[in-house]
Design a binder for this molecule. Structure first.
Ligand SMILES: [Mn+2]
Length: 288
């Protein structure tokens, strides 16, 4: 017998530039769940998606049998720091408690992820009172030994504290509201824009402190093998998260995260198993 309790929704947040990755992620979700896709719900935080983009998402949702709702998200504060390949849309996830006041728990997924197995165990993962469940960031696992939260010493954060990746998060929104987690993240970005390296992720780690539930690495496994094969690749966190283990994690991953500037929907993405898998879902989108 399956659990009759309705599952919390999945949540993504995108601007118009990420419509195709989102549709590819939706394909991977449908493929990983078979008929159980009918138990899932997806809420898309709409950060200025074009009407053609919205139509495409709704069309795919219907064909995949994935109940999908688009909700307008407020424009992030234009003064929040952005850099490199990252647009202001990275802060869309910080509007979750405001745009989704009607849920007590959600699973947030970045649009640069690919789902390979059933997400239902993750949707039901107990957080034991923590506001956030997440996976240790494989490239910046601890404060002071990577480049995350560069102002950590002035902010009073102890060296060596563990740091999570914000691309996959189970959020207990009731706890977040009690602890004012998102308010603290916003205040951090307003007060300390000079101490931000990883955008929303630094802000959420600052706000949450050490009070986050550690999830298994398979729920947010970075696609590192295609990058590790490139000349000039360096892994700075070897002492905490050995590269050999991270590469082995790809074999058992439930969810692959294409973090960083190299994206598998671009033609220059390195060849390999993960890129091939992604391109399979991309081709499926074109056929829907
Ligand atoms: Mn990401």
């Amino acid at each position: 017998m399956s659990d009759p309790t309705p599952l919390p929704p999945l949540v993504c947040g995108i601007d118009d530039g990420y419509v195709l990755p989102l549709r590819t992620l939706m394909c991977s979700i449908a493929s990983a769940h078979g008929e159980a896709v009918a138990e899932l719900r997806l809420i898309v935080l709409d950060q200025g998606i074009s009407s053609a983009g919205r139509r495409a998402i709704e069309h795919d949702a219907e064909h995949l049998g994935l109940a999908t709702q688009l909700r307008p998200a407020p424009v992030p504060d234009p003064n929040y720091p952005v850099s490199d390949w990252i647009s202001n849309a990275v802060y869309t996830r910080l509007s979750i408690p405001v745009v989704i006041p009607d849920e007590t728990r959600v699973l947030y997924l970045d649009a640069d992820t690919m789902v390979l197995t059933d997400l239902r165990p993750l949707l039901r993962q107990p957080l034991l009172g923590s506001p956030v469940g997440a996976v240790l960031d494989p490239q910046n696992p601890t404060i002071g030994y990577g480049i995350a939260l560069p102002g950590w010493d002035q902010l009073g954060i102890p060296i060596g504290r563990e740091y999570f990746n914000s691309g996959v998060m189970v959020l207990d929104l009731t706890r977040c509201r009690q602890l004012q987690t998102f308010e603290k993240a916003h205040r951090f970005l307003e007060e300390h824009p000079d101490k931000v390296k990883f955008w929303d992720q630094d802000a959420l780690n600052f706000a949450v402190g050490n009070n986050w539930r550690r999830l298994e690495a398979r729920w947010n496994t970075f696609a590192l093998s295609p990058l590790a094969a490139q000349p000039g690749f360096a892994h700075y966190a070897e002492a905490f998260t050995p590269l050999e283990k991270l590469l082995a994690d790809e074999e058992t991953a439930a969810l692959i995260h294409f973090a960083g500037p190299d994206k598998p929907w671009n033609d220059d993405y390195p060849q390999g198993r993960l890129g091939d898998l992604y391109r399979g879902f991309l081709a499926e989108v074109e056929g829907l």
